[in-house]
Design a binder for this molecule. Sequence first.
Ligand code: KIV
Length: 274
Amino acid sequence: MYANPATAPSRNAVTVPQLHARKRAGEKIVMVTAYDASFAAAVDAAGIDVVLVGDSLGMVVQGESSTLPVTLDHMVYHSAAVARGLHTALLIADLPFMSYATREQAYASAARLIGEGRAAMVKLEGAGWAGDVIHALSERDIPVCAHLGLTPQSVHKLGGYRVQGRDEDRAERLFQDARSVAAAGADLLVLECVPSALAERITAELAIPTIGIGAGPHCDGQVLVMYDLLGLTPGKRPRFSKNFLAGHDSIQAALHAYADAVRSGVFPAPEHSY
Ligand code: KIV
């Protein structure tokens, strides 16, 4: 079959089955967000495994106070830009707020992120009703990354950006949610701002890899927002992030330092965890 070498996946491209194999082998997965081709190319050159075009772009690129104003058109635009910078890393794109409220919407939105945005996997927030959507997409061979814990698209319901699953009842609910999204067919699970002990329990229970952000050192991988990693966060640094540009003289060196720190288990340290 003819494949255009400019757009065909490279022979070394990271795949979904490889991420599952990494978990089984106990090898950490490194993920970071990117929103344009230049940063994507830098991430790829640093040997980072997965690039997430997060709807965090609403906050760090567009200057909004939440991810809620981000549209599917925005996500498709940024995902396609990132895809042009990548050869090796696996590309995940976020399904934005209310773009997957029904199965039909989810099919149409995921088709755009994969077809036009060139993503290999889509990410969505929540369990329960979202489990139904995960099942529907994965049945059609669309890889899905679930996202639990602090789910920014629920900021109004949660009442702010804070650690989730701190008390016993909520921790148990989150644990059961994690089991349910995995059973629904998710290929990956992002755990955001949950206590380390809970993330450790979930990671031990699930066959799919967990990727933590503010979820302690026991997850199968870590993700950071690029701008946090480069120390560009305005105001107080979130506890879970680290400025990897400090002590390095280039973005490339900072990305290498982040990847090394995750792979060697040095990051996140207890001071980055809850
Ligand atoms: O949108 C995003 O960047 C994310 C990460 C924080 C995991 O969802």
